[in-house]
Design a protein around this ligand. Structure first.
Ligand code: ZN
Length: 367
């Protein structure tokens, strides 16, 4: 008996180990390593503004307000439709920060883009995302929030009551979509939120001059910002005051950067991406960088984004021997105007006819 004991314990341990291995193999899904490849084509770079979350409310407003929102924005139905179409056409969301690298000399250079085999990379941007209280009640949400479970939702005051929604603004919609189609997001990338600061961000009045009010807004806002970052959202600077760069002076550009540093950067962190307001830029003056562009470069921005209908990712200025060039990319605006008027160009990515909502089509008929 004595001699059998070690053998019995060894046998028992072996049995426990084997059963554990089978248990793990049976219950744990075998994670497939995703095959990736270098993508040589143009990286599509598109942006929208905050969505028309309640088109039924917008349609009760004046012709002037309807036209403004209709030209600049798409609604929540169209955003859902667009995601579906892009997904069907094999696009995958990538992080814009992975499209470039900064070398040891501080120069930004374009990266080789990797995507899962058979997929096409897509950079998605959302511009402004202010929720200016003076425009509240026109059909956009009032703020983005996060619930106790970490889910994103929006709050909107409608008829003096607080309406809560999990499917009317870009972030909650994107979260719902990626839950169903996880392969629409490469390495958890979602989109880049290109913020201004003059009226706070994401519906929080973090630029308010009243400090006691501002501190509470900052605390609430940080919770949302941190959750967005955890979920794969990134942030870029779209200027503090949304100026016209050609009409403003160097001093204003510098003050604008200071305001960004004082009010917005402490909440969202540093970014080295600058999104030109209105897509306007003034890169050179004669044969050197303009003072305004130099101020932006001195601040630490490395990638500069404009607006244009062509695929474009290059060193600016073009056709110049200038030593100090800047990395520049154009973005396509997806809005009520381009969905109707740039259909041929958009068809290279998705069929705009399949994206349009009944609200947009009705408004278009009334024109
Ligand atoms: Zn803008």
């Amino acid at each position: 008996m004595k001699q059998n004991k070690p053998f019995l314990s060894f046998f028992l341990i072996l049995l426990i180990c084997l059963s554990n291995i089978f248990f793990i193999l049976n219950l744990k899904p075998i994670t497939k390593v995703q095959a990736t490849e270098i993508y040589d084509g143009e990286v599509k770079n598109i942006f929208i503004h905050s969505l028309i979350a309640y088109p039924e409310i917008l349609d009760t407003k004046s012709k002037y307000i309807i036209k403004k929102y209709d030209i600049d924005c798409i609604d929540y139905i169209e955003f859902n439709n667009m995601l579906n179409e892009l997904y069907k056409n094999d696009y995958v969301l990538i992080d814009i920060n992975n499209t470039f690298n900064v070398n040891e000399n501080g120069i930004a250079i374009k990266n080789k883009i990797k995507v899962p085999k058979g997929k096409k990379p897509l950079v998605l941007g959302i511009d402004d995302v202010v929720y200016d209280p003076s425009k509240s009640g026109n059909g956009m949400v009032d703020k983005i929030c996060v619930d106790k479970k970490g889910n994103l939702y929006t709050e909107t005051i409608i008829d003096n009551k607080k309406e809560i929604s999990y499917n009317r603004e870009f972030a909650p919609i994107l979260e719902n979509f990626v839950k169903v189609h996880p392969d629409f997001s490469y390495n958890s990338a979602k989109c880049c939120i290109n913020l201004t600061g003059f009226c706070g961000i994401l519906g929080y009045r973090i630029s308010d001059k009243n400090d006691s009010f501002r501190n509470k807004e900052i605390n609430d806002c940080k919770k949302v910002v941190n959750r967005l970052k955890e979920l794969g959202y990134t942030f870029a600077c779209h200027s503090y005051s949304h100026y016209h760069i050609k009409k403003t002076c160097v001093e204003n550009v510098k003050q604008d950067l200071q305001d960004w540093k004082d009010y917005i950067e402490p909440v969202i962190g540093k970014t080295n991406i600058f999104v030109y307001p209105y897509g306007e830029w003034e890169i050179i003056n004669g044969d050197k960088l303009s003072q305004k562009q130099q101020a932006l470069c001195d601040y630490g921005f490395k990638l500069f984004l404009g607006v244009g209908i062509y695929d474009f990712f290059t060193q600016m200025p073009l056709n110049s021997n200038m030593k100090q060039k800047i990395l520049f990319a154009d973005r396509k605006n997806i809005d009520g105007y381009t969905l109707f008027n740039r259909q041929e160009e958009l068809k290279k990515m998705f069929d705009p006819i399949k994206v349009l909502s009944k609200y947009s089509i009705e408004r278009h008929k009334l024109k």
